[in-house]
Design a protein around this ligand. Structure first.
Ligand code: NAP
Length: 299
């Protein structure tokens, strides 16, 4: 039987992911806090709903992709939350990046009403969401994953079961340590290249395919050279993830000096009102220290 799916949260990520579910032929209901954002999806055949509870009614699978831990709690357990509409036997898959510990609590609350939960955060940026090529890190019961795998396969190309509930979020935080580390390394490298007087585009071309290459360098390096700060992932959300990393690292006693420093650098950008810019704008914190900028003049 084909899954009847409800999708909550049509932001930068959610709108591409929901569209790929439609393209794969699933019957899809959508809900977004800012209702106007549902228009695009309903034009493509999704059914717009008036609350998470109304969305969840009659769905086999409810997917959430909202900003932060309290937001997932709100759409699942708030006054009009999905828990008030979802039937026993259905599955909730949270694809946001949130706290692993809170995820385990949410799963416990849903289990009490006979609803299974998986945490399935993603990596691959807005591009991966639009193209259906996300990497999806799944925590929870393997048999439940098999039930919803066709839906996940419409949104991502790499689906990895990484352990029990909450493990998906822990692995996503592993991913985020690497993402911000790559962003910092890219910023330092480009500053050095600028100061060293080499052609920045050629420098990028020369190193991107070798041992120093990364998704960050290939996708966001050219954006930095154009000084295009449009977000695939905003600084505010990136900082939220770094905060989750540092809190989880504190719980398990892992020292993360690089990540802690990046948290402070992003803080300076937020203080300058740049939280809406892309996470590659981390280089602006280094430019402030250096006293010069990289690439073209600011747009
Ligand atoms: P976004 O564009 O800012 O969208 C956030 C979405 O969450 C919007 O639909 C927003 O509704 C909704 N939302 C936030 N708070 C809410 C609340 N209290 N109640 C109901 N809805 C709420 O963010 P995004 O980039 O799509 O990210 C979504 C999640 O995916 C985040 O956890 C993020 O960390 C994760 N993620 C993002 C990327 C990326 O590259 N962008 C990559 C991997 C993972 P409104 O439209 O009403 O604001």
């Amino acid at each position: 039987m084909t899954l009847r799916i409800g999708f909550i949260g049509l932001g930068i990520m959610g709108r591409g992911m929901a569209r790929n579910l439609l393209r794969a032929g699933f019957a899809l209901k959508v809900w977004n806090r800012t209702a106007a954002r549902m228009a695009e999806l309903s034009a493509d055949g999704a059914i717009a709903t008036t609350s998470p509870a109304a969305l969840a009614a009659g769905c086999d699978l409810v997917i959430t992709c909202v900003s932060d831990t309290p937001d997932v709690e709100q759409v699942l357990f708030g006054a009009e939350g999905a828990c008030h509409g979802v039937a026993a036997g259905a599955v909730v898959v949270d694809m946001s990046t949130i706290s692993p510990q809170a995820t385990r609590q949410f799963a416990g609350r849903l289990a009490a009403q006979g609803v299974a939960m998986l945490d399935a955060p993603v990596s691959g940026g807005s591009e991966g969401a639009a193209r259906g090529t996300l990497s999806i890190m799944v925590g929870g019961d393997a048999a439940v994953l098999e039930r919803v795998r066709p839906a996940l396969a419409a949104m991502g190309t790499t689906i990895t079961h990484v352990g029990a509930i909450g493990a998906g979020q822990t692995v996503k935080l592993v991913n985020q340590i690497l993402v911000v580390g790559h962003a910092l390394a890219m910023g330092e490298a480009l500053l050095f290249a600028q100061a060293g007087g080499v052609d920045l585009e050629r420098a990028l071309q020369a190193v991107a395919g070798g041992a120093a290459g990364s998704w960050m360098l290939t996708n966001r390096g050219p954006q930095i050279l154009r000084r295009d700060w449009r977000p695939g992932f905003t600084i505010d959300l990136q900082q939220k993830d770094v905060r989750l990393v540092l809190a989880a690292a504190d719980e398990v006693g892992a020292p993360l000096p690089m990540t802690a420093q990046i948290y402070q650098l992003y803080r300076t950008l937020q203080a300058r009102g740049l939280g809406h810019e892309g996470n590659h704008a981390l280089i602006k914190a280094l430019e402030e220290l250096a006293g010069f900028t990289v690439g073209a003049a600011d747009a």
